[in-house]
Design a protein around this ligand. Structure first.
Ligand SMILES: [Zn+2]
Length: 260
């Protein structure tokens, strides 16, 4: 069995400071691949270095909405060049986050649209942060010919999910599905078409229910998260793991090299 953590910030201190151990524990927990997205002009080089250090790590490059105010025209040019130079699997983490002030939202939207144009030009998929903003996210995708990708930590309606699936996207679920009180997300994970789902940890954040808040989340937790996902759907993990892998490769075709 082999699992892919489709979203993990391995460059962040709680994980990076013990990175050899984190990688070893991932391998021991049947993790075959880890996608590491960058978030800011500041961490982009570190993310590249981490992905070069471990064969199981794959690179996505982009600027997260929280850092949109820092992003300059130069940073956007640099992003295009780095995406090509390092053969990144996607443009990400990009997107919009409702929980910021209005001024920030207009800057986020500008930076998001610029990065969609980059993905469109380079014919790359995208990895998207869409908290509270799914309709806006989808509208801008529709206006271009984006090659699908992953809507990470999906928390929209079934109707919004359907629109995104039709546009070629997979929806990412992680530690939140391990909480019984997360009824809506659990219902999405249980009932959306299996072919439209990928799993992620979003480590070091989004702790599953069994981790104390003092401990950082890590990719090795994906094994137990995947088991909870299978329990929700009444399916066997072995069977589901190969479907999830296929889904991930459909979303991020450059991961096809995992099969060779
Ligand atoms: Zn993230």
């Amino acid at each position: 069995m082999a699992l892919i953590d489709t979203h993990c910030h391995l460059d962040q201190p709680p994980l990076f400071d013990n990175i050899e151990k984190v990688i070893k524990q991932s391998v021991e927990s049947d993790i075959e691949g880890i996608i590491i997205p960058s978030v800011s002009p500041e961490n982009i080089n570190k993310v590249i270095r981490v992905s070069q250090r471990f064969d199981m790590c794959f690179l996505a490059l982009g600027y997260h909405p929280f850092y949109a105010e820092q992003v300059t025209v130069e940073d956007l040019k640099k992003l295009s060049l780095l995406l090509i130079e390092h053969d990144a699997v996607a443009v990400g983490e990009i997107g919009l986050d409702k929980f910021s002030d209005k001024n920030q939202l207009s800057i986020q939207e500008k930076v998001y649209k610029n990065q969609l144009d980059i993905a469109d030009n380079l014919e790359l998929p995208i990895i998207v942060h869409a908290r509270g903003m799914i309709d806006h996210i989808t509208k801008h995708i529709r206006e271009r010919k984006i090659k699908g990708g992953i809507i990470h930590a999906f928390n929209g309606s079934f109707q919004q999910a359907e629109h995104l699936i039709k546009l070629g996207f997979k929806l990412g679920f992680g530690g939140v599905i391990t909480y019984e009180r997360a009824k809506h997300i659990r219902s999405l994970a249980k009932n959306l078409p299996l072919e439209s789902i990928v799993l992620e940890t979003d480590a070091p954040d989004m702790n599953p229910s069994w981790l104390e808040s003092m401990l950082p989340n890590e990719p090795a937790q994906l094994k137990k998260i995947s088991q909870i996902f299978c329990d929700l759907r009444g399916l066997e993990i072995r069977e589901v793991a190969s479907i999830l892998k296929r889904n991930t490769i459909e979303a991020l075709p450059k991961l096809g090299k995992l099969c060779t």
